[in-house]
Ligand binder design. Structure first.
Ligand code: ADP
Length: 151
């Protein structure tokens, strides 16, 4: 059984994340979307909100589970018996950053990272841009799945 963990902050999930996950679905039997908990980081959305947004987005997709974890992502992958990690690449900066992490992870654990290149339509989207638009009262809804709505 091919299982991948897609780790991230998802603060909040965007159409960019959704695109990568949807395109990876045919490659795996199960994808675990895992929100990493970092106590030192300030988030705009609570953990519960971030979880709910992702669960609602993929509520009709039986191959997807949504969880949270603390500590090293490779340890979490082992805990849930996933041999692969999934990440998305938007630009050269993502590549440089991800390369070092993926190589370290593989050295430490044997777990390989699968990268999918962002779609042209979503390549400019990031959670931080969504947060910026939100803070300043702009229309964030064109950047996120329908499940992400702020009252
Ligand atoms: P992290 O804090 O780990 O970077 P994010 O939630 O920001 O968590 O991102 C999780 C993953 O989704 C990363 O691999 C990131 O490169 C990818 N990603 C984010 N936005 C996009 C996008 N627009 N297109 C493709 N991949 C994306």
């Amino acid at each position: 059984m091919k299982k991948a963990v897609f780790p991230g902050s998802f603060d909040p999930i965007t159409l960019g994340h959704q695109d990568i996950i949807s395109r990876a679905l045919p490659l795996f039997d199960e994808i675990v979307i895992a929100i990493g908990i970092n106590d030192d980081k300030k988030y705009m959305f609570t953990l519960e909100e971030r979880l709910q947004f992702i669960k609602d987005t993929f509520k009709n997709e039986p191959k997807i589970t949504v969880t949270t974890y603390k500590g090293l992502t490779i340890d979490y992958c082992k805990e849930v018996n996933a041999d692969y990690m999934l990440r998305g690449l938007r630009n050269p900066a993502d590549f440089e950053f991800e390369k070092a992490i993926a190589q370290t992870n593989r050295k430490l654990s044997g777990i390989d990272t699968l990268f999918l290149l962002t779609s042209a339509e979503t390549s400019y989207i990031s959670s931080s841009i969504v947060r910026d638009v939100l803070r300043n009262g702009g229309d964030y809804t064109i950047l996120v799945p329908d499940s992400v709505r702020v009252k």
